[in-house]
Design a protein around this ligand. Structure first.
Ligand code: KG4
Ligand code: ZN
Length: 320
């Protein structure tokens, strides 16, 4: 089954064609990064307009690159939420229009669930229960899957998402945008151990966390920029890994998985790998290009995670 997948929830216009949920035939991302960089964050109105310009040429290009025609496509998958409303509407309307014209089913996909399903790309399999972490610019959640598509929220941020915290601290340090890669790069030049920032909510036993106090502490701390970036990255990643570990133990996970833009962070990847290895558990860490927003993960989630009934659902709203 070949799915043409569309993602326009934030500032990347992305189109992929994915076979049987695992084989990526084309993977295209039109990034708006440089446009938004001068504002230090995504401007929703600008993002929607850019999606509108990019979406149809990108769909055309995806078919051409995969040497396929509309006849070879079995379904269209699209991110239906969560995300910026104007941005989502562009993708959803493109999917519905093409579904109508080409007479193909349209599959609505939850963006966060898709960040987890990015782990399936390349053909890796998982065993239930799966416990995962989705850490992106808009969300940071610990989740449980007991069966395909059954995404249960266990805990998460009480204020800033991990990526958002990276972006804000990068702005404070004048490190650039997007903040995650900028902080990671800055941190490479640090020795470490020069300052200590507070670990958030360590005494609480739940699966929630918070990054706003850490952000303020970083703002007030007096230390060289590289040292600050290093310690900040360390605390965020320690916190995320710690909560993931708690969930893995509590829900007796058989597979550990991470996804979302922050999962592209090498330090976080290493910490999660070490945690899973210590427990002798398989860990799925998506390829870098499948961590940040993309449409291949939408194709994977649509294939594995949506019920038959939903596959024929033309009336795709933008809330899922
Ligand atoms: O998943 P994503 O591309 O978009 C959302 O769904 O939000 O995540 C974007 C976020 C941004 O906040 C960005 O700073 C962060 O992911 N990010 C990283 C890295 N690469 C991207 N954070 C830490 N380290 C990275 N290497
Ligand atoms: Zn995302």
């Amino acid at each position: 089954m070949k799915i043409l997948a569309i993602e326009t929830s934030c500032d990347d216009t992305a189109v992929s064609i994915v076979e049987n949920g695992v084989k990526v035939l084309t993977h295209l991302v039109a990034s708006q990064e440089t446009l938004h960089a001068k504002f230090g964050g995504v401007v929703p109105e600008v993002a929607s307009r850019e999606h509108l310009k990019a979406i149809y040429p990108l769909i055309d290009m995806a078919l051409k690159r995969a040497k396929l025609t509309v006849k070879n496509i079995d379904a269209i998958a699209v991110t239906a939420g969560p995300g910026l409303l104007g941005s989502l509407l562009v993708g959803v309307n493109a999917a519905k229009t093409l579904g109508y014209l080409w007479n193909k089913p349209v599959i609505p996909v939850n963006h966060l669930q898709a960040h987890i399903y990015a782990g399936k790309l390349g053909g890796q399999s998982w065993q239930f229960p799966v416990v995962g972490l989705v850490a992106s610019g808009g969300h940071s959640e610990i989740v449980l899957l007991k069966k395909e598509g059954d995404y249960i929220y266990l805990g998460g941020t009480r204020d800033d998402a991990a990526g958002e915290a990276f972006d804000k601290v990068a702005r404070i340090l004048g490190a650039g945008y997007p903040g995650g890669p900028a902080i990671a790069k800055l941190a490479e030049g640090a020795k470490g151990g020069k300052i200590t920032l507070p670990r958030p909510m360590v005494k609480e036993v739940g699966l929630d966390f918070s990054f706003s106090g850490l952000k303020t502490a970083a703002l007030r701390a007096k230390a060289p920029k590289a040292e600050l970036a290093h310690e900040f990255q360390e605390v965020v990643n320690e916190t995320l890994t710690d909560r993931l570990q708690r969930a893995v133990e509590r829900y007796k996970a058989k597979t550990v998985i991470i996804g979302g833009g922050v999962a592209a962070n090498r330090n976080l990847r290493a910490k999660v790998e070490a945690m899973a290895q210590a427990k002798n558990l398989p860990v799925l860490i998506p390829d870098f290009r499948y961590c940040t927003d993309n449409a291949s993960m939408i194709g994977a989630a649509a294939y594995f995670g949506t019920s038959k009934k939903k596959r024929d659902w033309y009336n795709v709203g933008v809330a899922i």
